[in-house]
Design a protein around this ligand. Structure first.
Ligand SMILES: Nc1ncnc2c1ncn2[C@@H]1O[C@H](COP(=O)(O)OP(=O)(O)OP(=O)(O)O)[C@@H](O)[C@H]1O
Length: 738
């Protein structure tokens, strides 16, 4: 190794000192601010229970040698510089690994302040060193192509934060790197291509789940040992029984890295005696670790991966036998969870699901003074966990070197997998891919609710037939109180449905109110409906919105389907807003407003304590998502008038929307318009407030449709006046001046 206690011998004094400081760095001890109460609830949500069974966590195994394996990556990188005779540029500043930081105590308040400390110290040094050592060692000054931070998809309110990750500095929206131009010059074309390929396919290089400093969060990390001792992990799925799992596979499989410094999968078993496999683990020889870190090893393909069926048995525990009626239709037993997962189990399942969603291999569980590092091995559906790391006190390796190795390993792992994904994507289909074809998730039409009943498939309304008019379906579904929700898109493919019980009536006219909050033990096929969530439309401040297909079975055994949209509200504040939205829809429906708002099938609640769901008809595509506006001035004017008319009819009931923006203004294929998202709306708005809202909408629509400029530039003065006439007409139509 080219390092001694003063750092690598061949580097300049400042570089040696910097590397030495980082390699020996130990963070301060963090203490919780005694004036603040610390929230400690563990994240866990609906989505965690609906992963495809082949993506679920099945085993948790011990990998005590992981810190050493990671530190060996840092050592190997320094050694490689020496081998190649590369001298790093002088460092002009001190790094947070400086000895002055050590031994101090710092006060923190919550997970975010723990993350800030990590970001300002460990991560700040590691992104720079990892980038210099691993990506561009010949750069003339210290720069970094990596970023560590919070990249939120959606904000929630758990005590643990799961949105932190390491990334390549690449803006996917602008399709451009955002590291210094100077750095680009030192990256060859192939490296830039590889970086871009990785950043596009796998933007998160590792998943950090960060908790607050407290005895309870430390215990959660400690309790993970219990899952290692059990050697199997029973992922929590919804406890509703009766409906067979979806069988169609929808996710695109992602490979493990071929070159890794850690020994997992077959290599884990190879390096252990049978006794060790069952109980603890053997530390690999240091020379082997170094070799692996530098050269990597192919994982031999000897051990058979668990089959889908064994996976199901393993992970989901005993399921009640499917009960069928004489017609082979499914009787459903909505069940509340029998044995809840412990907090450690919930954190493991949630972090695993987050890592599946981000497609990272490394998961770091960190709560200030304690940490565990996990490796997600896809093929065996196993999480390999380090021992509990005492952050301020760990030595050999010390924390700085361990995390530098971790940053470098996460980068290498991602580049390796992104290259495999690119290769697999470029393979012709006929060559038979393993893992399975990554290009298109497959979806077969046969996965319908009634597939067990062959006779019903011949009849009207099977999913192979075009969907029904939602009016007919809503009339029937509005009489039912149980909605079975299944996810089938991306990484989600429900093994069992989540049961959602009606908490508010259908607002569809002519639906007899049958609202009953009582949960029955069993439901016959004509007493429930099923919803298959097929894509994410968007997420906003009230929750997450999905496109879905509603399927139901009528009393005379016909199947009916229609497109719906499901909006989930998770936090208390979101649920308050969603209830407000529902009551606004209730008021509009009771006032006879139809055609310009979506049909609402009701408000439903997850019986396992999950979110509230508003189920509604599909209102079309938003002006935001549509992209191009209509070609002709006439069409634009007609749409403009339709929106103003719609809002006028809403205003006439005393409602003010308060959020009239392009994402909430929808057009449908048949020329109609829909106004949605009433969670900010209020009753009894003053006439002038409503008029003001219409005026603002008029201005917004003018801007969107570019009416004035088009009218002038395209057809000159005469058209301008005809446009003005039409505008006046549209204003007259809505019976008010804009
Ligand atoms: N019934 C629907 N039909 C079609 N698209 C819908 C429907 N409901 C919602 N959407 C789409 O989902 C997006 C988010 O929905 P919505 O605005 O209701 O959520 P939100 O959480 O209140 O968002 P925001 O924070 O923007 O207010 C909408 O902009 C719209 O494009």
């Amino acid at each position: 190794m080219a390092t001694n206690s003063n750092g690598p011998r061949h580097q300049s004094e400042t570089v040696s000192q910097g590397l030495h400081d980082l390699f020996e760095y130990s963070p301060s001890i963090l203490i919780a601010d005694p004036r603040r109460s610390v929230k400690t609830d563990v994240p866990f949500w609906l989505y965690d229970k609906h992963l495809d069974s082949r993506l679920n966590l099945l085993h948790v195994k011990s990998l005590s040698a992981l810190p050493e394996s990671l530190a060996a990556v840092a050592d190997a990188a320094v050694e490689s510089l020496a081998d190649r005779g590369i001298q790093l540029p002088e460092t002009g500043r001190s790094f947070p690994g400086n000895a002055r930081c050590q031994g101090r105590q710092l006060q923190v308040t919550n997970a975010n302040s723990v993350a800030s400390y990590y970001s300002d110290t460990t991560a700040l040094s590691c992104v720079t060193f990892a980038s210099m050592l691993g990506i561009h060692p010949r750069a003339p000054s210290w720069m970094t192509a990596l970023d560590w931070g919070m990249f939120p998809d959606w904000s929630h309110s758990w005590a643990w934060e799961d949105e932190f990750s390491l990334r390549i500095k690449y803006d996917r929206r602008k399709k451009a790197f955002y590291f210094p131009d100077e750095l680009v010059q030192f990256l060859d074309v192939q490296t830039l291509k590889d970086l871009e390929n990785a950043a596009k396919r796998l933007p998160a290089l590792a998943t950090w789940v960060i908790g607050p400093v407290s005895r309870k969060t430390e215990d959660v990390l400690r309790d993970m040992d219990k899952f290692i001792a059990m050697n199997e992990f029973k992922s929590k799925i919804p406890s509703t029984t009766g409906l067979p799992p979806l069988t169609t596979r929808v996710f695109a499989e992602s490979p493990d890295a071929t070159l890794t410094p850690w020994e997992v999968g077959e290599r884990y078993f190879e390096s252990r005696s049978p006794h060790e496999c069952a109980s603890s683990e053997k530390r690999p020889r240091r020379s082997a670790r170094l070799r692996n870190a530098r050269l990597g090893q192919k994982i031999p393909d000897a051990r058979k991966r668990p089959t889908a069926s064994s996976t199901c048995q393993h992970s989901f525990g005993p399921q009640k036998a499917t009960t069928t009626t004489p017609n082979d239709e499914f009787v459903i037993c909505p069940g509340a969870e029998a044995i809840p997962l412990s907090e450690a189990g919930r954190l493991l399942q949630h972090a695993w699901a987050t890592s599946v969603q981000k497609d990272t291999s490394l998961i770091i569980f960190h709560c200030g003074n304690f940490e565990r590092i996990g490796i997600r091995h896809r093929k065996s559906q196993t999480l390999y966990l380090s021992d509990l790391i005492d952050v301020p006190n760990i030595r050999n390796p010390s924390y700085g070197k361990l995390h530098l190795g971790l940053h470098m390993a996460a980068f290498n792992d991602t580049l390796d997998r992104a290259a495999q994904l690119r290769e697999l994507e470029n393979m012709p289909i006929s060559r038979g891919l393993t893992p399975t074809d990554l290009r298109r998730p497959k979806r077969k039409a046969e996965d319908n609710l009634w597939s067990a009943n062959k006779r019903s498939q011949q009849k009207e309304g099977t999913p192979n037939a075009p969907p029904h008019d939602f009016n007919c379906v809503f009339r029937e579904a509005g009489l039912r109180d149980l909605a079975l929700l299944q996810f089938q898109y991306g990484i989600y493919n429900s093994t069992s449905p989540s049961s959602f019980l009606r908490v508010r009536n259908s607002l569809w006219p002519h639906t007899k109110g049958s609202y009953s909050p009582r949960l029955h033990r069993k439901y016959l096929p004509n007493e429930y409906f099923r919803i298959i969530l097929s894509s994410l439309i968007g997420d906003g401040s009230t929750g997450i919105v999905h496109s879905a297909m509603l399927e139901l079975k009528t009393h005379d055994h016909r199947s009916m389907t229609c497109d719906v949209v499901v909006k989930f509200a998770f936090t208390a504040e979101q649920q308050r807003r969603l209830r407000n939205e529902y009551s606004i829809y209730g008021h509009l429906s009771a006032s006879g407003v139809t055609g310009v708002i979506v049909g609402v099938l009701g408000l439903f609640e997850d019986i396992e304590g999950g979110p509230l769901a508003l189920i509604m008809s599909h209102g079309g595509i938003s002006l935001d998502d549509r992209g191009e506006q209509p070609n002709t001035v006439e069409e634009r004017m007609s749409e403009r008038a339709a929106f103003l008319h719609a809002v006028k009819s809403i205003h006439n009931t005393g409602i003010q929307h308060n959020d009239l923006r392009t994402p909430n203004l929808l057009v449908n294929g048949s020329g109609g318009v829909t106004v949605l998202d009433f969670d900010m709306a209020n009753f009894h708005a003053s006439e002038s407030a409503r008029r003001g809202e219409r005026a603002a909408l008029g201005v917004l629509l003018d801007e969107i449709y570019g009416l004035e400029s088009d009218a002038t530039s395209e057809t000159g003065t005469s058209t301008t006046s005809s446009y003005e006439n039409s505008r006046a007409e549209s204003v007259e139509t809505v019976g008010d001046e804009i």
